[in-house]
Write a protein that binds this ligand. Structure first.
Ligand SMILES: [Zn+2]
Length: 408
């Protein structure tokens, strides 16, 4: 798309400011001007539509787009796994997400393939494989499978779910390897997880000393560590070690939230995956027993969200969708809108997430100089936040000034 003006939409700019009727001028992939447009360039009539910044999902797993147990028992070819990953990437754009942070499972080749425009997909920031301890969260192999065989599930360039470390030196080796293969930040699992048979939600994983090694390696590359954490002991270990972000935070209590706020550690709660797994555990390719772990997580995470906000923690937004059904990514906003306000959910998915990703002012906001990532919604999602859940309501999606979806 050359120089263009999107005219007539009600603009919600991502900062929390009330909607305004504004014309948006776009040139060379960026927003150049807000307000009355000149005659120069193409005119795109968006009367009756609501415009938001391109949405950001701070917790995705493109590499887990196939039925999980089949994938990790060598039940699928690389071609099928790739097809599923690329379908999920395209579906993210279709749902209005122009930037995602992949928190584990793809290898650098996926990021490159999308960035070069060879397949449709959002801008992707990736940690590559999840870093976990031996048998910790992130390991999906069978109990009897020798530990050293786990990495044979990796498909170089395409997917690498996790790397296991037995000690601090191995972790240092693994994170350097993740960076070599294209990671732009790191993710460690510091507690047990909901999806997994080898650990409990109350377990802590990695020691403070081990987490510190990853923090040092990330700092050396001017980036950061985020952690998968459900319990407070694990979160405290990670915060003490100097991580910048916590994923899930399911059982977050007041004193731990206060510590996070004091150290400026962000939280990314993940509600959509809970709804997804309660609706259809088998559909994600997981054992029915997983369901028991999911039950109760919804209520605890709802409390954690309120506790975090009360303590002044910066709270982003992430869906954590896994398995083949990742079309309804915007459900995370609908769910958050019911717990907060629709505007708060939108700001979390735009400006706040941009800050967590280190992209403040560049994405997640409709302002001069920002990337022209824009979504035009049928109707007003601030009035009816359920609109976010159904991708057919994102009638026009513009990414870096290019129309990537058009249902007009
Ligand atoms: Zn996750």
């Amino acid at each position: 798309m050359g120089p263009a003006h999107v005219v007539g939409a009600a603009v919600v700019d991502g900062t929390g400011r009330d909607p305004r009727k504004l014309d948006i001028s776009v040139e060379k992939g960026r927003i150049t001007r807000l307000g009355a447009s000149s005659a120069h360039g193409e005119r795109l009539d968006a009367g009756g539509l609501t415009m938001t910044p391109g949405l950001i999902d701070a917790h995705v797993h493109l590499g887990l787009s196939s039925p999980i147990r089949t994938h990790f028992s060598f039940g699928m070819s690389a071609a099928e796994i790739a097809a599923d990953i690329f379908a999920t990437a395209g579906a993210a754009l279709d749902a209005g997400f122009t930037t995602v942070r992949d928190t584990g499972g793809i290898d650098g080749g996926v990021v490159t393939a999308i960035a070069r425009g060879k397949v449709r997909g959002p801008r992707v920031l990736s940690c590559g494989p999840v870093q976990c301890q031996i048998g910790g969260h992130g390991y999906y192999g069978a109990e009897w499978e020798p530990t050293e065989l786990w990495s044979s599930h990796h498909i170089p360039g395409l997917c690498a779910l996790s790397m296991m470390a037995g000690n601090a030196d191995e972790l240092r080796h693994n994170v350097r390897e993740a960076f070599r293969r294209g990671a732009s930040f790191l993710k460690l699992c510091v507690t047990g997880g909901v999806v997994g048979a080898h650990d409990r939600l109350t377990d802590t994983q990695f020691t403070v000393e081990e987490i510190t090694v990853a923090v040092q390696e990330a700092a050396a590359r001017n980036t950061y560590v985020t952690v998968h954490a459900h319990n407070n002991d694990g979160i405290r270990n990670a915060v003490e070690a100097g991580v910048r972000c916590v994923e899930h935070g399911t059982s977050l209590d007041e004193s731990t939230a206060a510590l996070m706020a004091a150290r400026e550690v962000a939280l990314v709660p993940t509600f959509a995956v809970i709804e997804q797994l309660l609706r259809d555990t088998a559909g994600a390719g997981l054992a029915e027993s997983t369901r028991d772990r999911v039950e109760g997580a919804r209520e605890r995470m709802t409390t954690a969200l309120a506790v975090a906000k009360h303590a002044g923690v910066r709270v982003g937004l992430g869906s954590d969708l896994i398995g083949p059904a990742q079309e309804r990514r915007g459900e995370e906003l609908s769910l958050r809108a019911a717990l907060e306000t629709p505007m708060e959910a939108l700001v979390a998915a735009t400006r706040t997430n941009a800050g967590i990703l280190g992209l403040s002012g560049r994405v997640g906001v409709i302002a001069p100089g920002a990337q022209a990532d824009l979504v035009l919604w049928n109707g007003d999602p601030l009035e009816d936040p359920e609109l976010f859940s159904d991708p057919t309501n994102a009638v026009l999606v513009i990414q870096a000034g290019q129309i990537v979806k058009d249902l007009r």
